[in-house]
Write a protein that binds this ligand. Structure first.
Ligand code: FAD
Length: 381
């Protein structure tokens, strides 16, 4: 088995880039929607055969065992080539939790099924009234014999209509001092009589989110991960890498490249005011990338990131939004048209980029919440 960490960063990057460029299907590059599994299954099969589905997982569980520096390179290359992340909530979220807190039986049963995508996961955290203030969640799981009986509602559950399983935070104890206590982390099957999924159509006309209703749905007690009532600390424990990943420059860099192509095709660079505005966002992207490298270097040195990493997410998502707004302006009257706008022989999907940028300031911890973190933990306000 190759020890990827033994390669130099440049060698490793070349290896990843070579594989993506040779094998990733052209028609799936830079997808503007979240694909259902069937659409990307042929790519998943290739990635699985190569053993590259789970770059961050330890090799003993079928992952690549990448250290932080190599992991960042993997994700950078993925973004650069427009490789879709696939249906990766199993890989990114529930798998690492099972690896860290699950029993041996849970690891043996679930991990291979996550890697092969035999089980496709969705994340059931948010509820109406429990988003930023997640500990407010009310969906309950009550022990009944060998099962939990689940009642309540989740919302904004990405791709729940194309998932076989859901990992959820549920309330297992109503009588606790603090609302963060009494929350547990459980796994449940979607295909059962007590689970109803209703899709929500986004502004872009995609059905990407769902509401999920639980009405006496059941899951075996064996599907509790970690200790009962201790799910909160556990679910939070795994967010540290996510904090830099979500602030990586790829989003803004790709959008800037799109803006440049589109603006050139539309002759916008003839206008001095546009040139000035383009230079402003381009410099924001450069500055952000420099800051990102600083945090990435910290990770490479094995240091823990501080709360100041929240800056990255705020900066990249707001720059991303400004770039897509500028793209709409360049499009002029065509800016409201869904689908690719042709510049030469290249199609740029201006409106869908704009729509895609809107929720980026909300998911992964809303930017207002990130600002609260900075004000308290960094500035001491
Ligand atoms: C693209 C996308 C995918 C998602 N996928 C999933 C998923 O798969 N599973 C899942 O469980 N959830 C998912 N979510 C939900 C996401 O986690 C929540 O939207 C997020 O936590 C915000 O919660 P909310 O929508 O309830 O907004 P609220 O928390 O109600 O916030 C509304 C507004 O108030 C602001 N605000 C709230 N509290 C404060 C405060 N204390 N100080 C200052 N401002 C505040 C927020 O920043 C925001 O602007 C997804 C969301 C998006 C956009």
């Amino acid at each position: 088995m190759t020890d990827w960490n033994a390669l130099s960063d440049a060698e490793f990057r070349a290896e990843i880039r070579g594989f993506f460029e040779a094998e990733y299907p052209e028609e799936l590059r830079h997808l503007s929607h979240r694909p259902k599994f069937a659409e990307i299954e042929h790519w998943h099969v290739k990635l699985h055969a190569k053993g590259w589905v789970a770059p961050a997982w330890p090799t003993e569980y079928g992952g690549m065992g990448l250290e932080a520096a190599k992991l960042l390179i993997y994700y950078e290359e993925q973004q650069r080539y427009g490789v879709n992340r696939g249906r990766d909530m199993g890989i990114q979220m529930v798998g690492p939790l099972i690896i860290k807190f699950g029993t041996q039986e849970q690891k043996d049963y679930w991990l291979p099924r996550i890697l092969s995508c035999e089980n496709i996961w969705c994340q059931g955290y948010s509820e109406p009234g429990a988003g930023s203030d997640l500990a407010n969640l009310r969906t309950s799981a009550v022990i009944d014999g060998d099962d939990f009986v689940i009642n309540g509602q989740k919302i904004w559950t990405t791709m729940a209509h194309d998932a076989t399983h859901i990992f959820m935070l549920v309330r297992t104890n109503q009588n606790t001092e603090r609302k963060q206590q009494g929350i547990s982390f459980i796994l449940a099957e979607m295909d059962q009589p007590g689970v109803e999924v209703r899709t929500i159509t986004t502004l872009a006309g995609e059905t990407e989110f769902c509401e999920v209703f639980f009405d006496d749905a059941r899951t075996p007690r064996a599907n509790l991960v970690g200790e009962i009532d201790k799910g909160w600390t556990m679910a939070k424990a795994l967010l540290s890498f996510e904090r830099i990943f979500i602030g990586n420059p790829g989003l803004a860099q790709n959008a800037l490249a799109q803006l440049e192509t589109f603006a050139k095709g539309r002759g916008a660079f003839d206008d001095a005011v546009f040139r000035d505005r383009f230079a402003t966002v381009a410099l924001d992207v450069e500055d952000h990338a420099a800051l990102y490298s600083r945090f990435a270097d910290q990770l490479k040195r094995g240091e823990t990131l501080g709360a100041d990493v929240s800056m990255l997410k705020i900066w990249v998502t707001e720059t991303y939004q400004r770039i897509t707004e500028l793209m709409i302006e360049v499009a002029g009257p065509d800016g409201g048209t869904l689908g690719p706008l042709q510049v030469g022989n290249i199609g740029v999907d201006v409106l869908s980029s704009f729509y895609k940028a809107r929720p980026s300031t909300i998911y992964g911890g809303a930017n207002e919440i990130q600002r609260n973190i900075l004000s308290k933990a960094v500035l001491g306000l």
